[in-house]
Write a protein that binds this ligand. Structure first.
Ligand code: GLA
Length: 676
């Protein structure tokens, strides 16, 4: 495995065949070795029910193969053709308000529609049987971005499937009543057919019903993936299958999904107009790598330049597309792909950039695409190494779902924002993290961060406690350990499962109005907002206290020794400087190496293999910077040895092979740095 996949979505059905011949020549020029084909081609492949037309796809795959381009072949099930809706209107999805969605865009199917499933399965079987021996076939691209537009449907088939799912989970209606706490508001069910999805209702719906619905919806989509994957596995056991995630996406429990994928792939569209887009891109990449315990993943889609679907679509300045592409490689990607190869002439995506723009093979976007393809050929050696992380962040979809249900103390506590605030603080210290499930083996990590783990299962709570007791360092934040998997409160004082571990209890929690900040005082003063825990110490020591209101002088941040380990607790939301202070402290306690002597905006990612260490330096600023290396290193793209001071141009990236093998520990190869 030393070849990095390079290419993108290829939609030749939008073009006359004469254009295909120009396409393959340009693909060769750009070093393209993989394209995703037929993602939205159902209506072309099956123009009417049961009548298939594969002639064009036969010719296309042969042409690609003759030009050395591999195929990530789609199962074409993401956009059903209009005839399917006309013949089977019940297959269309229905919103919570009871509106049936129609044709004319894409993804218009209910995940629980038997008609959709039957016809999709038939199509997949046809495609797999036809191309099973085609030499261009490298990878299966199942459906596309499950849950992108329609992650839930309230049609009758979905209601029926929800009841079946609940029956499997609970066995009896009595058990469901118990789990859902239906003694409240006269909600007790007497029979399964009384139970419905949480569609429009007069006021707050039962929270556990909503939580189970989210679980069910993720599983319903997953069962579609499994259905297709089983067909593919039977017909082409040797060809791996994937489906493209939409980054860290709320509707799909990606931990569960990743177990079913042969390789994880992701679509990443950071907003070039956002100041922290590069950090958010890193966040997504680290999640993709973590989903399959460090296994290489594929950046399946990104924009070569601007998108068309935001209200304002910023360009990627020169160098940024390369920067974010190489960042993905540094953080574990084994493929850099785009949406899409040739910019559409018609349709809703005609103003979305593509590898070959409307002008053809000219202009900045094309040149950057072509140059990157050539450069990636020099970097394949990196694939033999693995990203190294000493710290982990606990991430859990069920907590995400439960934390953001209605009727909580504050509607402003957003899970992703909280997790990201930890991630960003570590990114600025060049601490690479893995993401882990709450019940994962935490022993490989010196430091484990647990933002807002509102919902926690018994095993997970015990896992976190064991980790700390055995000598780990753990930092946990407010509104954690509050409910069990049924969203029922864990009694005995908040946060019941973590009181011992933290050496404290939380007597009350205050939700701060928007715009209200509190000053928190410790070694320094920080600003805090959003939330304030009223904490009673039970052995922990305060690191910082509130200074205002009736809980002035009571702790806001604490630390505690537990067994052989240490725990930190954050009872509010700190500003950036406060997070930097807390995480620096946690890293120091844990012995996690932080690299803060790089210029602001320069990212360092380390990788190790048996015989070598690698360092990628990425300049996210529009200024040239100098970095001084503490040891000689070889620039992989240029093949040159670098010693001493190294200049990174604006948005520049360099992949370095370190002279001294890293021998399993994170090297600190950067001595110092200064801005140009
Ligand atoms: C998603 C889809 C693509 C395309 C892009 C545009 O990622 O998978 O088909 O619509 O968005 O950004």
């Amino acid at each position: 495995m030393t070849e990095i996949f390079y290419g993108g979505d290829y939609n030749p059905e939008q073009w006359p065949e004469t254009v295909w011949h120009e396409d393959v020549k340009l693909m060769q020029e750009a070093g393209v070795n993989l394209v995703s084909v037929a993602i939205f081609a159902w209506s072309k492949l099956e123009p009417e029910e049961g009548r298939y037309d594969f002639g064009w796809l036969d010719r296309l795959l042969d042409l690609l193969h003759r030009h050395g381009v591999g195929v990530c072949l789609a199962t074409a099930t993401a956009a059903p053709p209009p005839w399917l809706a006309r013949t089977y209107p019940q297959s269309l999805p229905v919103t919570a308000q009871g509106v049936r969605l129609g044709v004319g865009s894409r993804q218009q199917y209910s995940p629980s529609s038997p008609d959709y499933k039957r016809l999709a399965a038939k199509l997949v079987r046809e495609i797999a049987t036809r191309y099973k021996d085609h030499p261009a076939l490298k990878l299966w691209h199942v459906n596309n971005e499950y849950g992108c537009h329609v992650s839930e449907s309230f049609d009758d088939n979905s209601a029926q499937a929800f009841r079946v799912w609940l029956r499997e989970r609970y066995g009896t209606v009595e058990a469901l009543n118990e789990a859902w706490g239906t003694s409240f508001w006269s909600q007790a069910y007497g029979a399964w057919d009384e139970v419905t999805p949480p569609a429009a209702a007069p006021t707050f719906l039962n929270p556990t019903q909503q939580l189970d619905w989210r679980r069910f919806c993720s599983d319903a989509l997953l069962s579609l993936y499994r259905m297709e994957r089983e067909i593919l596995r039977n017909i082409t056991p040797g060809i791996p299958a994937t489906t493209n995630f939409i980054g860290v996406h709320k509707p799909l429990d990606e931990w569960r999904w990743a177990q079913e994928l042969d390789v994880v792939s992701n679509d990443a569209y950071p907003d070039p107009g956002a100041y922290d887009a590069g950090i958010y891109a890193a966040f997504q990449s680290d999640m993709m790598r973590s989903l399959k315990a460090g296994a290489p993943w594929i950046l399946m889609e990104q924009a070569p330049n601007q998108v068309q679907w935001r209200a304002r679509n910023s360009l990627k300045p020169p160098g940024v597309m390369r920067l974010w592409s190489l960042q993905a490689v540094a953080r574990g990607a084994r493929g850099v792909m785009f949406f899409q190869w040739r910019q559409s002439k018609a349709g809703a995506e005609k103003f979305h950039s593509a590898m070959v723009p409307h002008a053809g093979a000219e202009g900045r976007t094309w040149r950057e695409v072509r140059d990157l393809g050539q450069e990636l050929r020099q970097l394949g050696e990196v694939l033999k190494s693995r990203v190294q992380a000493e710290a982990a962040i606990v991430f859990d979809w069920e907590t995400w779902w439960a934390l953001e249900l209605d009727a909580r103390p504050s509607a402003d506590v957003r899970y992703l924002e909280q997790v990201y605030s930890y991630y960003a603080a570590l990114w600025h210290r060049n601490v690479t993290v893995d993401f882990v499930k709450p019940d994962a083996d935490l022993s490989p990590y010196k430091l484990v961060l647990v933002p807002n783990l509102y919902l926690v299962k018994d095993e997970a709570a015990a896992n976190l406690e064991r980790y700390t007791e055995a000598g780990g360092t753990l930092a946990l934040s407010f509104f954690s350990g509050i409910v069990d998997e049924n969203d029922q409160v864990r009694l005995g004082g908040y946060p019941a499962p973590f009181r011992k571990l933290l050496g404290l209890s939380v007597e009350e929690f205050d939700a701060l109005p928007v715009g209200v900040t509190h000053t928190v005082r410790g070694e320094q003063e920080f600003s805090a907002d959003l939330w304030a825990d009223v904490i009673a110490l039970e052995g922990a020591e305060p690191l910082a206290t509130f200074t205002e209101g009736f809980y002035a002088r009571r702790p806001a941040v604490t630390q505690h020794s537990f067994g052989k380990g240490k725990s930190f607790y954050l009872g509010t939301r700190l500003d950036g400087a406060g997070m930097a202070w807390l995480l620096e402290k946690a890293c120091q306690t844990a012995g996690v190496d932080t690299t803060t002597n790089l210029p602001e905006g320069v990212e360092a990612v380390r990788r190790v293999s048996d015989g070598a260490g690698y360092l990628t330096l990425l300049n996210h600023t529009d200024k040239s910077v100098q970095v001084e290396l503490s040891e000689a290193a070889t620039d992989l793209a240029q093949g040159e040895t670098q010693v001493g001071e190294l200049t990174l141009p604006p948005y520049g990236v360099t992949f370095l092979r370190l002279q001294q093998p890293a021998a399993g520990t994170a090297p600190t190869p950067v001595k110092g740095a200064k801005l140009d």
